[in-house]
Design a protein around this ligand. Structure first.
Ligand SMILES: Cc1cc2nc3c(=O)[nH]c(=O)nc-3n(C[C@H](O)[C@H](O)[C@H](O)COP(=O)(O)OP(=O)(O)OC[C@H]3O[C@@H](n4cnc5c(N)ncnc54)[C@H](O)[C@@H]3O)c2cc1C
Length: 354
């Protein structure tokens, strides 16, 4: 079987790993000149670790990542939640924190063990498809036909656009921001802290990704200025703003092309699900091809994606809502979680399965 994977982000890499583990070596291309050093996704849920279990990748992620087990949520000065689940859940149930570039490196190492390499500086510029094959033109003029093409080429997927697959949804007007920071040893790297600030419900969070390294993220243009406590910042490795879109492709399949990852859906980083959802698509796409069940892929994954988009959007709106009723409901709900121990294990599983 001749398969092309367009895009070597986490989703393209995960697709290649799953296929290679089952004996199918796909051609994996990436238009960048080398691996990305940027880390967007930092949260890894247990399902993703399981999805990446082949060639020791999941285990390597588990060994290297931070375990996120202590959650604190504040509104202004008030603590809404302070939950330390360290001794209440099994280590393998924890959500893990690891920079996306490290996750990608560990998958690439697993792929190397299976003899699959990424072809960098290789861009797909055009695609057409029939029910029998997809034909791709590359930037160097090469034209090649494939049994299957996996479009894992991100939110601005040119493969999706060239096939005329609509990507309906909306763009959130606010500018959000991230900063990757090194901290001094006053930093408590065991805690995830989340602040809701001011009457407009601006959000900010600090997510540990290494012992003295964290990701600050905010729904404002300046994450570090929005975090109301001294984090003991020693160095800002990188910071920037970005905008959020909430969109989903109307279909994940056309002819011999399957969409997966951000090419198929995008949403806010609240809940940290983008990469996790995309890697789950990757496994489903690989299995659909291997087991000859591709006719179900689009409907099944579209339904899963739609549910995640709905949940993450509802959570984003609730957290930032200016309505008194929403604020009161959130305080009550978090108070119940805080005080009813039986809910603690459920909460962490909920975070992992959001
Ligand atoms: C600030 C921020 C924080 C986030 N935090 C989280 C989080 O905590 N947890 C989480 O799960 N998700 C998170 N996400 C989302 C996550 O980063 C994305 O969902 C994930 O990177 C999508 O992976 P992908 O492989 O689908 O696409 P991408 O990572 O965008 O990769 C696509 C690749 O395709 C390549 N490409 C594009 N076109 C072509 C072409 N024509 N030919 C060849 N190559 C091509 C690109 O160069 C790129 O490398 C976050 C996102 C942001 C912006």
């Amino acid at each position: 079987m001749k398969i092309l994977i367009v895009g070597a982000g986490p989703v393209g890499l995960a697709t290649a790993l799953e296929l290679a583990h089952h004996g199918v070596k796909a051609e994996l291309i990436e238009k960048r000149s080398g691996p990305s050093e940027f880390s967007r996704a930092v949260g890894i849920i247990p399902l993703t670790r399981y999805n990446l279990r082949h060639e020791g990748v999941g285990e390597a992620i588990f060994n290297e990542a931070m375990r996120w087990t202590h959650f604190q949520i504040y509104r202004g000065e008030k603590t809404l939640l302070d939950l330390d689940l360290r001794d209440k859940i099994k280590p393998e149930e924890a959500v893990l924190g690891l920079p996306q570039d490290r996750t990608e490196t560990l998958i690439r190492e697993g792929l190397a063990r299976l003899g699959v390499t990424t072809h960098y500086n290789t861009e797909a510029t055009n695609i057409t498809t029939t029910d029998e094959q997809a034909t791709v033109t590359f930037a160097d003029g090469r034209v090649e036909s494939y049994d299957w093409v996996l479009a894992c080429d991100g939110k601005h997927s040119s493969m999706r656009e060239q096939l005329g697959i609509a990507y309906p949804g909306y763009d959130i007007p606010e500018q959000w921001s991230i900063a990757d920071i090194d901290m001094d040893d006053s930093f408590d790297c065991s805690r995830i802290r989340f602040w809701i600030q001011g009457e407009h419900g601006h959000m900010a969070t600090c997510l540990p990704i290494e012992k003295y390294r964290a990701r600050a993220l905010s729904s404002t243009p300046d994450a570090l200025a929005t975090i109301p406590v001294d984090l003991g910042v020693k160095r800002v490795r990188r910071q920037g703003t970005f905008t959020i879109s909430v969109r989903q492709a109307e279909t994940y399949r056309q002819g011999r092309v399957l969409l997966a990852g951000d090419a198929a859906h995008c949403h806010s980083p609240i809940g940290g699900r983008g990469m996790n959802l995309g890697i789950d698509d990757a496994i489903a796409a690989a299995h659909a091809i291997l087991q000859d069940t591709v006719e179900y892929y689009s409907a099944e994954r579209h339904a899963v994606g739609a549910k995640i988009l709905k949940t993450t959007e509802s959570l984003r709106k609730k957290l930032s809502s200016e309505k008194l009723t929403d604020k009161a409901f959130l305080s009550l709900a978090l108070g119940a979680v805080q005080n009813i121990e039986a809910l603690h294990g459920g909460l962490i599983r909920q975070i992992g399965a959001l």
